[in-house]
Design a protein around this ligand. Structure first.
Ligand code: UD1
Length: 411
């Protein structure tokens, strides 16, 4: 990807549906043999991969004009390794397959290279519901002729573990309580989707989720929530380029932490029902950020803010508390002239006068988005290698940003 250089982003932009809501929603569609239609599905690589994976399990999947239609139930229990290794979220099929097939075998997941990202909490949950877990040649095998409701306490409010356990418990006998559950809006969306198929889930969005097992789930038509991370990325891009952008199809409530930090940094953020306008006329004021589970500041927005704050008037501090190794973008921002020092999980960003375009590498999805923002703030062209990471989670990002005045050529 080639970014020609500095651009002031001005205009309107529409946010797609949430990648992190859709991935578990698609996985949970395996819980029913009946027809399911998901509307407003973005054309992004992670969605393509998980759809392909579901097809491999025997479900008929048709994607047309942004709608994904599933018919029939899964016949297989083992998603193929070539697909699983591409995307960590593929592990989310484990809960639904365990619930419907009584057994599942999945190779250890891939996806973004941000830390070791274990799956112990998912497995702990399955065990609490009565599954037997074993590791066979790098594959995780879970078996349970029947799942039974139970109390599951999560040591950390893991998003994926909450989702996987919620899905498995939906068809279990009896009631499950997930304690210290993740509060992310995507969890609420997944619960709403499953409830629309007849599941009985209450408390999603709070730290105790109650799932009363039901015998069977039925057909549904569902529209997922807008992508708060995509919206947040465009909000930061607007502020970073001293632009003025109206971002449409957002739920402002989901973006409170991002909005708060943009306001602290001297940007103006105006919320209007389902859109947000962001502009900036003053210098970037340094801010302190600590990533946390929702409703704290999202780790998925950390890299983008680091790019933005690299032109701050003073030193900002970012502490990454969710993942242990999520500063890969630092080395790339340094190539562009940013002044950043890291120690453990903390980065100090000393604002500099100017960034200069360079040849950089996208190491993961959000790091790639951060480099795009840096490229739009920099003097001279920036080449982003491995920009395919960005296509995993941003629908038409090049066209969307070019529509606001950027000059970007895809690779
Ligand atoms: C999801 C999001 C990802 C986001 C992350 C945190 C999707 C598809 N991905 O990822 O974009 O960055 O939430 O908001 O929704 N952990 C364990 N054991 C486990 C599970 C997790 O120790 O069994 C740790 C992880 O290593 C990590 C932390 O918990 O340090 C958060 O992980 P988790 O909330 O599970 O993130 P994901 O569901 O993988």
């Amino acid at each position: 990807m080639l970014i020609a250089g500095k651009a002031r982003l001005v205009g309107e932009i529409e946010v797609s549906s949430s990648k992190n809501a859709i991935l578990p929603i698609l996985a949970s569609s395996l819980l029913s043999d009946e027809n399911k239609t998901i509307l407003n599905v973005p054309d992004i690589r992670d969605v393509t991969v998980i759809t392909e994976l579901i097809r491999h399990l025997g479900v008929k999947a048709d994607y047309k004009d942004g709608s994904l239609h599933f018919s029939g139930g899964a016949t297989g229990q083992t998603p193929p390794y070539e697909l699983v290794r591409l995307i960590r979220a593929s592990f989310l099929v484990m809960g639904p397959l365990l619930a419907t097939k009584g057994a599942v075998r999945v190779s250890l997941p891939g996806g973004c290279a941000i830390g070791t990202r274990p799956i112990d909490l998912h497995l702990k949950g399955f065990e609490a519901l009565g599954a037997r877990i074993s590791l066979t040649r790098g594959d995780v095998v879970a078996k349970a002729p029947r799942l039974y409701g139970n109390h599951v306490y999560l040591d950390f409010p893991s998003v994926g573990a909450t989702e996987n356990i919620m899905m498995a418990a939906t068809l279990a006998e009896g009631t499950t309580y997930i304690e210290n559950a993740a509060l992310e809006p995507e969890i609420v969306d997944l619960a709403n989707f499953m409830n629309s198929m007849g599941a009985r889930i209450t408390g999603a969005g709070s730290n105790v989720i109650k799932i009363e097992g039901v015998k069977k789930l039925h057909s549904t038509v569902y529209t997922p929530i807008p992508d708060r991370i995509e919206a947040g990325t465009y909000m930061v891009a607007a502020a970073a380029t001293a632009g003025d952008v109206l971002i449409k199809n957002v739920i402002p409530e989901h973006l409170k932490a991002v909005t708060a930090k943009l306001l602290e940094s001297n940007a103006v953020v105006e919320e209007q029902d389902d859109h947000i306008r962001v502009y900036r006329q003053q210098d970037i004021k340094p801010v302190y950020i600590k990533t946390l589970p929702y409703p704290g500041f999202p780790t998925d927005m950390q890299a983008q803010f680091m790019a933005y704050l690299s032109l701050g008037r003073g030193s900002s501090v970012i502490t990454e508390s969710v993942f242990e190794n999520r500063f890969m973008h630092v080395a790339e921002l340094l190539r562009m002239g940013a002044k950043i020092k890291t120690e453990g999980r903390t980065a100090v960003i000393k604002g500099c006068r100017e960034l200069t375009g360079a040849r950089v590498r996208a190491t993961d999805l959000r790091a790639g988005a951060a480099l795009m923002i840096a490229g739009l703030m920099a003097r001279g062209p920036t080449i982003i290698m491995n920009s395919e990471h960005i296509d995993r989670g941003y629908e038409n990002i090049v066209a969307k940003l070019n529509g606001l005045g950027a000059n970007i050529q895809p690779s």
